[in-house]
Design a protein around this ligand. Structure first.
Ligand code: BEZ
Length: 211
């Protein structure tokens, strides 16, 4: 059955460039980003993995582990990593699952047969410390992802997990937030001491509470 937001992320054991990964244990108490790329030795994927390696510090700051996946064998990953490091000017600093038996790709519905029978689409799953799926994205093979957007969504997810706010369109860390409609004006006044602006009764903003 398809995975939906709020589901427990399927657990698995699979081999990777960092050895066997038991997914839930590997996540530990933090957050995780699991993302698939279609195929090794392909140009867009090469730039994606280089980009993730380059900004991995942003994930670390957010207590978030990153894990790549393709349905290629471990030996192919090891050979391709040398190319990624050479062409992208980075050192690969996160593991890639070698999912040649498609165990994880099938569990997470990463193969979309009407797009390709043999390659995974560009899936992203963000998983919280409770091991629940918090966000899913799906891109086609021809469109490389914007990993800054994934960092931005992590900021929103981690903020909204702690405070009774939501984040508006194009929000970035530090911008004003939206007070949840379920919060009364009276409670909002005490929950958000920096102030609440009422634009409409259902549209109230407050400065980002953890800034
Ligand atoms: C790529 O990463 O460049 C790619 C992979 C599969 C199909 C098309 C492009």
């Amino acid at each position: 059955m398809a995975i939906r937001l709020g589901d427990t992320a399927p657990d698995f054991e699979q081999n990777s460039t960092a050895g066997i990964i038991n997914f839930h244990d590997w996540i530990g108490d933090g957050w995780a980003v699991l993302f698939s790329h279609p195929k090794n030795f392909t140009p867009v994927c090469t730039t994606e993995l280089g980009t993730v390696a380059r900004i991995k510090g942003e994930f670390d700051k957010r207590n978030t582990k990153v894990l790549g996946l393709s349905v290629d064998p471990l030996e192919a990953h090891e050979n391709w990593i040398a190319d990624i490091e050479e062409t992208q000017g980075v050192s690969m600093n996160f593991p890639l699952l070698a999912d040649s038996d498609r165990k994880v790709a099938d569990l997470y519905g990463m193969i979309h047969p009407n797009a390709s029978d043999t390659m995974t689409v560009r899936s992203v799953f963000i998983i919280g410390p409770d091991k629940k799926v918090k966000l899913m994205l799906t891109y086609p093979a021809s469109t490389g992802r914007d990993f800054n957007e994934i960092v931005r969504t992590l900021d929103s997810l981690q903020l909204t997990a702690e405070y009774k706010v939501a984040t508006p369109a194009n929000w970035n860390d530090g911008d004003d937030c939206i007070v949840l409609p379920s919060v009364s004006n009276e409670d909002a006044a005490s929950l958000f001491p920096k102030g609440v602006t009422e634009i409409k009764p259902y549209l109230r903003t407050t400065p980002q509470p953890n800034r």
